[in-house]
Structure formats: C-alpha cells, structure tokens
Write a protein that binds this ligand. Sequence first.
Ligand SMILES: [Zn+2]
Length: 381
Amino acid sequence: MDVVERTRALIREPSVSPDPGGAMSLCASWLGDLGFDVSEMSFASAEFPEVKNLYARLGTEGPNFCFAGHTDVVPEGDLAQWVHPPYDGVVDAGNVYGRGAADMKGAIAAFFAATERYLASPGGGHGSISLLLTGDEEGPAVNGTDKVLTWLEERGETLDMCLVGEPTSVQRLGDTAKIGRRGSMQGFVHARGIQGHAAYPERAHNPVPDLINVLHAFEHMVLDTGNAHFQPSNLEVLDLSVGNDRDNVIPGEARGRFNVRFNSDHTSAELIERFEQRARAIADNVTLSWRVSGESFLTPEGALSAAICDAVEEVTGAVPELSTTGGTSDARFIHRMCPVVEFGLVGQSMHKINEHVAVADLHHLVDIYERILRRALRPQR
Ligand SMILES: [Zn+2]
C-alpha cells in the first residue's frame, strides 16, 4: 500500500478521541507486517476514560529513532458542510479529504511508507526504528504519551531522537519545523469578601475590586521580552464570574481565570511564585490556584534538526524555519527523554470542516521522512 492508500485506510477508521475506533489496530497490524515488535497498552484514570496506545520497535541496537504521533482526531462538526463525507477518504482534485488527513493520519501513513522504503533499499544504517502512537492527544492527553514514556522508562527502554508528525508546515510542505513550544498554565483567582447590603458598604467587603485589581496587575506584568527562540511570554484573562443578580447585594466572593503561555526563560514554579507575590502585595483576601498543562521546552539545534533541515531542503529546495510558536503537543512530554522535533504536513485545514491534504505533499513527506531516517541512522565512522 502506498502512502495515499494508507492515509485513506486510516481515515476510514473513525477515531474521535477517546474512542480508538479501528485506527490503532490497523497500525498494529501494519507494524506486525513490517516485522516490528509491537506492544499495545491501554491506560485509564478516574477522571478520564481508557485510551489505547502503542509502542513498536524494529531492531535492538541503538540509536533508537522514534516516529511519534496520534491516531485520535477531533469531531467532524457539521456533516452537511463537508464536500465529501469525513470518514470516506475521498480523493478529489489532487487532495485526500477526511477527518485526520492533515492532523495526523497522513503523517502516520508517511511513517509507514518511509520505513517500508528504507527497509527495502540497500545501504541501510544501524540502530532501531520505533513508533509511539497514542489515542489521547486531542483529548486531555493524560492517558497517552506521558504514560507510554513512563511505561518505557520502567522497562529501561530509551528513545535517542524523536520526530513528531504534527502538521507544522504553514503555507507549503517543509516551510516550518518546531523545535520547541511555550509552556501553558491556567491560573484561578478566588477573592473572598463579606456579603452585605449595597446601601451599607461599610458593613461589607466587596471582593470584586480586589479581583479586578489583581487581574489588572497581572495583565501589566512584563514577564520577559522574548529570547532568540521564543516570543515574549503572555497572559490572557479568560473569565470573570461573580454570579450576583441582585441590585442591593454586595457579593461575598468573585472568581477569575487566566492562561499564561510562557517561554524558556521560565519554569511554571518560578512564574507561580511571582504571581503569588504580586497578588499578596495587592490584596490579602485573594487566593490563587494553578493547573500546569506543560512546561516550556527547546530542543537545541543539533544532529536531529540538521537531519530534518537537510532532508527538507533536498526534497523541497528550501530550508525550514525552526519555530516555537503555536499550541502544545506531545513533544512536551517526549522532550524529557530525548531531542524531539515536530515536522509534518500543511496544517491549514486541521480541525476544520473539509480537512484535506495534497496527494503530492503526502508523497514528498515520505521522501523527506525516508531521508531523515537515512541521516539519523547513518553508521558512525
Ligand atoms: Zn495533532
């Protein structure tokens, strides 16, 4: 099966997270055909449902080059707006249509096609090829890659470099690879006051001004001015809630919520301490709580990014920009084990109605991935 047929086959197995559908099993059977040693695993937690994951390896020597990705997709949205049904994998005017075509079943299909071609042609290198696939990337990402990495660590299994096949290309295939991401965390502000009659404010304490003052101060903190690889860190207020519908009542409490996207100048712990100090200086009746989605990370330019840049330039004629913009991905977990770079298809249509990918791009992506494998696993002299 070529890359287009594999992409279509994966699209025809709907896998809206956390439901694995048949997509993960299909990958497992393809991996078995190629001779990989396949481990399928499911994880569950009290909060989130069970999800399927998979790790497969071909070879026992190092270095171990890993392709990582997710088989789960986001919901299709309004069916009536799709020009072709989202789970048919229709090819029309040089594009494959379907949910997951760009994000990221097309890239998974390219992992297989590139590996197959690499194995079939002479002059292969040393080392191992592995695949890490999760069904929980578009979901809460709690029972996915993070837990697979722990599973690998428990078995003494290491990855030496990893390529995540997210659709990082912006306008045309190969224009952008991601070598890092900003961290992300949610902050929750709770201001407690004393409820009372609006006509007798001296007998109450209104928490709303305290909430506003704290958030206003946070908005105006300059966290940094950016660095060589990252844009400045940024805070956005997302929600304010008091829930008071009375004309004559000063409310007893007020809440707010904000998100911080932070660069490699910070850890979440250091930023949290700064925000806590700032809040304490403004109001002593305000408490903060936090949920950290991911730390910022950066893969320094090295052998992996060089292999990707060279392969992309050979196939497309242009060197990719090494970027750190955009949202989080599973690379934030993999970074703890090995150098990781994200590189894949054009992401313009991802998560949208009529998601699609160019047939030509799929073929070029196979060329690029195969060249990356050759460079990464080239025998050392
Ligand atoms: Zn994705």
